[in-house]
Design a protein around this ligand. Structure first.
Ligand SMILES: Nc1ncnc2c1ncn2[C@@H]1O[C@H](COP(=O)(O)OP(=O)(O)OP(=O)(O)O)[C@@H](O)[C@H]1O
Length: 358
């Protein structure tokens, strides 16, 4: 049994899973089965235990199985060789809650995630090409694990932004009363983000070497206003525009994390985007572990789809090198490239039921 491993999982009433048990006492847990079988749902169960919410949008429908009243998940998490903690999650028509046994197992510091977790979803395009808000979330979630002041700074800025936008909605009546707080809190968020981005860029550069298609690609942080101006000056420059449009048009709420080639947004194939998401997550993990945080459990959804054998091999070797526990899904019983049979717990997932295969 390793430290920071999930060694057992019981799931009831989650999506198409009525009742399933997974003994995950292995460094790599491979879940395979047909489309819609429930593989991602197993990953979702682990995510719910860690974060208390789902990562799948509301479009995916209700979490609770449509024939059951509630979702109940129990996970046995081994903190180290001697200590394990049971985590329980429950959701029903009235809401959701989580508890640990023993109750104070994780202390106060684990408010966001009860155990460290990193996820590569089956939709890598979302992070690379989708709404910039997703990239800001990625940046801030990982950045606050680097420096937890970013969490509070971001919340404070958000409150000021809401007030300022409400005042700007009044059109010509806005007299700048929120500008000072906006500049102060906005520059704090930007400074904390920048402190994280610079090691992130180095970590990303170090990892991308194996992937030729990334030779001339740079990871660039855009802070949300002109580089050559302070935030106060940037506000002055857009004052009439803001009054006309009725909201704050510059600031850290417009920041982005971009992948550029020759100074322009680079275009990537689906497989390349999958590699990129893996590298970005791995770069963050390297920084977090380097800073003394515990190694994350990895959820790798449909990890090999769209990857050719070379890329699949390179990505796998980076994941295996982390020494962390990996939960990976695929359509086939065998990985395209991986040869770690002896380390692998394999589960066939079929109509929401799990059968151990190894
Ligand atoms: N509340 C619910 N009750 C019952 N079934 C549900 C509910 N929500 C979703 N489902 C079904 O549960 C299944 C969950 O599929 P999941 O995404 O876990 O499959 P998967 O094995 O990862 O598939 P793929 O290989 O296509 O990614 C889907 O068939 C979906 O229609």
């Amino acid at each position: 049994m390793g430290s920071n491993w999930l060694v057992g999982l019981d799931v009831e009433g989650l999506r198409n899973i009525q009742r399933a048990r997974l003994e995950g006492d292995a460094p790599l847990v491979w879940l395979f089965g047909k489309n819609g079988a429930g593989k991602s749902t197993v990953l979702e169960a682990i995510y719910l235990l860690a974060r208390g919410r789902t990562y799948r949008g509301t479009k995916f429908g209700p979490v609770v199985n449509r024939n059951m009243r509630s979702t109940q998940i129990r996970g046995c998490f081994s903190v180290d060789v001697e200590t394990s903690v049971e985590i329980r999650y429950r959701q029903d028509g009235t809401g959701s809650d989580r508890e640990t046994v023993p109750p104070d197992a994780f202390g106060m510091e684990r408010t966001g995630s009860w155990f460290p977790l990193k996820l590569v979803t089956d939709n890598p395009q979302g992070l690379i090409e989708g709404d910039p808000q997703l990239r800001r979330l990625f940046l801030d979630w990982n950045g606050l694990l680097w420096n937890n002041r970013l969490g509070e700074a971001r919340r404070t800025f958000q409150r000021v932004l809401t007030q300022r936008n409400a005042a700007l909605k009044g059109g010509g009546r806005y007299s700048g009363e929120w500008d000072r707080a906006f500049v102060e809190t906005g520059e704090t968020v930007d400074a904390l983000r920048s402190d994280f981005v610079s090691p992130l860029q180095s970590a990303f550069d170090a990892l991308k070497g194996t992937f030729r298609f990334l030779d001339d690609v740079e990871l660039v942080y855009e802070r949300g206003w002109r580089k050559d101006l302070g935030l106060g000056e940037a506000l002055d420059a857009v004052r009439s525009q803001e009054t006309a449009r009725g909201f704050s048009v510059v600031g850290p709420h417009r920041a982005d994390l971009l992948l550029l080639r020759d100074g322009r947004r680079a275009a990537f194939s689906r497989g390349q985007m999958k590699v990129l998401v893996c590298l970005l997550q791995l770069a963050c993990e390297g920084l977090h572990v380097g800073k003394g945080l515990e190694r994350a459990i990895w959820l790798l959804d449909d990890i090999e789809s769209d990857l050719d054998e070379d890329n699949a091999r390179s990505v796998w070797s980076l994941f295996v090198e982390t020494g962390s526990q990996l939960f990976a899904t695929g359509v086939y019983p065998r990985s395209k490239v991986l040869d770690v049979q002896h380390q692998r717990a394999m589960f066939h997932v079929e109509h929401g039921a799990l059968t151990r295969q190894d």
